[in-house]
Design a binder for this molecule. Sequence first.
Ligand code: CA
Ligand code: CA
Length: 111
Amino acid sequence: MEIITATIAAIVAILGGLFYKLRNTGPDVNGDGKINLEDAKAAVSKLKTEASVAATAVKSEVSNAKTALKSEAPNKIAKVTEKAKSVADVNKDGKVDLADVVAVATKRKKK
Ligand SMILES: [Ca+2]
Ligand SMILES: [Ca+2]
């Protein structure tokens, strides 16, 4: 149970962190004091880099979880998945999707 819950929490945190970083970037993305086309390019580049970092971290978490789950009984895993879904469903609308990641990022900012 702890394996999936921890993995989902880690993934939500990774994605929340990604959105948090991207949200907190001002218009002068490359920090040269001017706001122009170069910042749009820098924003795309930054998005690619951050998304790639997050994707790698998520893959690593999933891989760790898969390894850990090999020792768990399959009927346990179904129950665990339900539990993990309820943990990851931050805004409690019954679905685990991008809105939950945004909810996490929003929560963090308020703190
Ligand atoms: Ca700039
Ligand atoms: Ca949700």
